[in-house]
Design a protein around this ligand. Structure first.
Ligand SMILES: Nc1ncnc2c1ncn2[C@@H]1O[C@H](COP(=O)(O)OP(=O)(O)OP(=O)(O)O)[C@@H](O)[C@H]1O
Length: 766
């Protein structure tokens, strides 16, 4: 590697300045186009929708151009054929005849050698150049030579003696600078320094299920996000219409990764937690482990199906039906026939109800006709018109509806699940194969909020129930359905106000995720009042939306029921599943990918592995490796790419002083540097006390750099410094407690401190 002369630096600066001038010009042009749509509308509803769509399109383009500002250009390739091309965050062309390309998008096939060419396999490159551009200024340029034949070097004006051969696939100094940089609390993109094994996954074929297995810090999340950007760029036609769904473990994580895709110019993406997968529900609470374990079992699919059947059961005695036409009655035989007719259509419950009621109302009308024949006016004929009028009158009769209410009620998934889990009788009917103890664990008050493990059950129910009919008129919907409906409307109105407020404030991307859609927020928008313009917006509000590609991060945590819900979102099975089975902590999680995927794709999935740890320095990952061996002696931790020379520290503290000492240690660690973030990771029982103690011991600026979290909350995140409090309690805290300790240790990018109340933890004893 050599550092270049001032002349080379000047030339690169000139080129980069040209790029930024063109970028400014593109922004101005897009702004004018966007604003033109604000003024132009023919005033018709159709015209307004078209205007909204065009406006949103140009606004999104403008946002990509704004976000491309930082590190617009970061590389240059010189080929053996004598060509030279600059690589950057997006493609830029000169304006005018010929449209010469100035900058090549990192995702273009010809940009690939930038990431994977080596001296052994130069892929046609002579030189790979890394440009360090900050605030439009080229600060440094480093070169690697991949083909050192003198005639090729001479063409670049370089002497053989001056060059260093590239032996690593991407610029080492750029990589180390990125890895050592203080963390900001938001994940950054890695376009400048994607490594060879990562590139192969990013550019892997779109079809089928790709599992990316890798230890902590191997870049699984980063790779998955760059893969989405790559797929959207290369398969825009297929993917832009259906969108891409990214599922992450919790909201904090989604906020952490939320800015990566917009910074890569991509917005056709929905980010969701499992708890938000069903529109209208935003579950954050988690169940006790044994309850979550039961709810996650595949068996629960049968339980939900039985719960629906339970609502279609018919009485064995006649059902009296008071009506304006007198007292009528439905016999058990008639009800059984209506039930068979409804089942025959194979429609979901709410739709099948129409068939059920058709038979019921015809029978009631038949009874009215028979009464007519027997009574006064019997000499007058009973016409088809009379029959139709009678059915209409019965359908509008409140008393009839009250009598029919318990038979085949309209149901929302929420009502079904709420009733099932709060009623021992219903549960006993639906779950005869669960043990008494398991059923007891599932029971809870009807007013309890939905938990994350309930969401796959709601999804299952939604599948079997189908939507409520759009125009269901006055009808025997059960109380739960009516209550849900009212709640949904209230939610919509509240959401609409919030939306209008945000618009009034000119705050189009107030969530900081650059316009990527937060499923739950969007649900609150009333589709017929606010035009949902982008694919992502429409997808996020529609439970039955199927995506062009689905990414699941921390996929090792999914229960069999969660897998079913996820698979429904992607019948094409174009999926990227990233995770690490050694980090699994969910009690219902599968222990292997094969086991998790077999019910859905058999063995038709591919495995890619990442083996290098970019996050954790060697001193900390050595420790992590020992924890890993205690989970399974056959497992190996990924190799750390760097060492810092700073060893983790341990301190024994009396149990009652743990939180106070954690607060003091946090203050000391933060004082060591003005930048970067610190996490205090605690057992759930200490969280509140530790948060209070830490907050009390810090000034405001320092407080903003600290998070006090449980391990579950810290999943997928990283911090410059981690203080691990009472690891033995974390280990004892759950069946997969050792995995939690492993996850905790591997969150640190620089330093780790451990506070323990008992003897030194076994994994660190020597
Ligand atoms: N090629 C790279 N260049 C620069 N930074 C990288 C690269 N690969 C990974 N990183 C950085 O390493 C850190 C870990 O990456 P990431 O969070 O994607 O790992 P992970 O495998 O998902 O970890 P975990 O399983 O612990 O959630 C991040 O800060 C990421 O930006």
């Amino acid at each position: 590697m050599i550092t270049l002369s001032d002349r080379d630096l000047r030339e690169e600066q000139q080129f980069v300045s040209t790029l930024y001038r063109r970028l400014d010009q593109m922004r101005d042009q897009t702004t004018s186009l966007r604003d033109a749509y604000l003024r132009d509308s023919d005033g018709t509803p159709g015209g307004r929708v078209q205007r909204d769509i065009a406006y949103a399109h140009h606004a999104a383009t403008l946002q990509s151009l704004v976000l491309a500002e930082d590190r617009l250009c970061f590389g240059r390739l010189d080929t053996a054929a004598g060509e030279s091309v600059h690589i950057g965050r997006l493609g830029i062309f000169e304006e005018g005849p010929g449209d010469r390309q100035l900058l090549m998008d990192w995702r273009a096939p010809s940009a690939r050698p930038f990431y994977v060419a080596t001296a052994a396999d130069p892929l046609g490159l002579v030189r790979r150049r890394h440009l360090r551009v900050r605030r439009r200024v080229v600060g440094a340029v480093t070169d690697e030579y991949l083909d050192v034949r003198p005639e090729l070097l001479a063409r670049l004006g370089v002497e053989t003696a001056d060059v260093a051969r590239a032996d690593s696939p991407a610029g080492e100094s750029a990589l180390l600078a990125a890895l050592n940089a203080p963390r900001t609390g938001r994940m950054a993109d890695i376009v400048e320094t994607i490594q060879g094994e990562q590139d192969a996954i990013i550019r892997a074929d779109r079809s089928g299920v790709l599992v990316v297995q890798g230890g902590p810090g191997t870049g699984k999340t980063a790779v998955a996000l760059h893969r989405v950007a790559y797929l959207l760029y290369n398969h825009r036609d297929q993917l832009a219409n259906r969108g891409v769904l990214i599922i992450g473990p919790n909201r904090t994580f989604l906020e952490y990764i939320g800015q990566v895709l917009p910074s890569l110019g991509e917005n056709a993406v929905v980010l969701s937690t499992l708890g938000e997968l069903v529109p209208g529900v935003r579950a954050e609470a988690v169940d006790e482990p044994e309850v979550a374990a039961v709810k996650g079992r595949a068996q629960m699919a049968g339980v939900i199906a039985n719960a629906v059947l339970d609502r279609q059961r018919m009485p064995r005695v006649p059902v009296p039906v008071p009506s304006a036409q007198g007292r009528l009655e439905l016999s058990p035989e008639l009800l059984a026939r209506a039930q068979r007719r409804a089942w025959g259509g194979r429609a979901p419950h709410n739709r099948a109800r129409a068939s059920f009621l058709r038979v019921v109302f015809n029978d009631l009308a038949r009874q009215v006709a028979a009464r007519h024949r027997r009574g006064l006016g019997a000499e007058l004929p009973w016409t088809a018109e009379d029959a139709a009028d009678t059915v209409t009158a019965l359908r509008e009769d409140e008393a009839v509806h009250r009598a029919l209410a318990p038979l085949w009620p309209l149901l929302t998934p929420a009502a079904l699940l709420r009733d099932l889990l709060s009623d021992p009788r219903r549960l006993a009917f639906a779950a005869p194969d669960l043990q008494e103890r398991q059923r007891a664990a599932l029971l809870r008050p009807a007013s309890a909020p939905f938990t994350v493990s309930d969401v796959p059950l709601l999804d299952e129910a939604a599948e079997l129930l189908g939507p409520l009919p759009a125009d269901r008129g006055p009808g025997p919907a059960d109380d739960g359905a009516a209550r849900d409906y009212a709640e949904t409307v209230l939610d919509m109105l509240a959401g609409e106000e919030a939306h209008e407020d945000a618009e009034a404030a000119g705050d189009t991307a107030s969530d900081g995720t650059g316009g990527i859609v937060d499923a739950a927020t969007l649900l609150a928008l009333q589709a017929d009042r606010v035009a949902l313009t982008s694919t992502a917006e429409r997808a996020a509000t529609d439970r039955e939306w199927t995506y062009g590609h689905v990414v699941v991060d921390e996929a090792q945590e999914l229960s069999p029921m969660a897998w079913r819900a996820v698979m429904r979102r992607c019948p094409l099975r174009s999926m990227t599943l990233v995770g690490d089975t050694a980090q699994a902590s969910d009690p219902a999680a599968a222990r292997s990918w094969a086991r998790a995927l077999r019910p859905h794709v058999g063995d038709r999935w591919r495995l890619a592995e990442l083996t290098v740890n970019y996050r954790t320095p060697g001193e900390i990952s050595d420790l992590a490796e020992r924890v890993l061996r205690r989970i399974d002696p056959g497992l190996r931790a990924p190799t750390a790419v760097r060492r810092t020379g700073v060893r983790p520290w341990f301190r024994r503290v009396p149990a009652e002083k743990l939180t106070a000492v954690a607060a003091q240690s946090a203050a000391e660690e933060l004082a060591q540097s003005a930048e970067g973030r610190l996490a205090v990771l605690v057992p759930p029982g200490l969280r509140a006390a530790a948060a209070a103690a830490v907050a009390a011991g810090l000034d405001r600026a320092a407080r903003e750099r600290v998070d006090v979290l449980t391990v579950a909350e810290a999943k997928g995140l990283e911090f410059d410094v981690v203080l691990l409090v009472d690891p033995d309690a974390i280990e004892r805290g759950s069946r997969r407690g050792r995995s939690d300790v492993y996850v905790a240790i591997t969150r640190a990018t620089q330093r780790l401190g451990v506070l323990h109340s008992g003897p030194t933890p076994a994994w660190a004893a020597d």
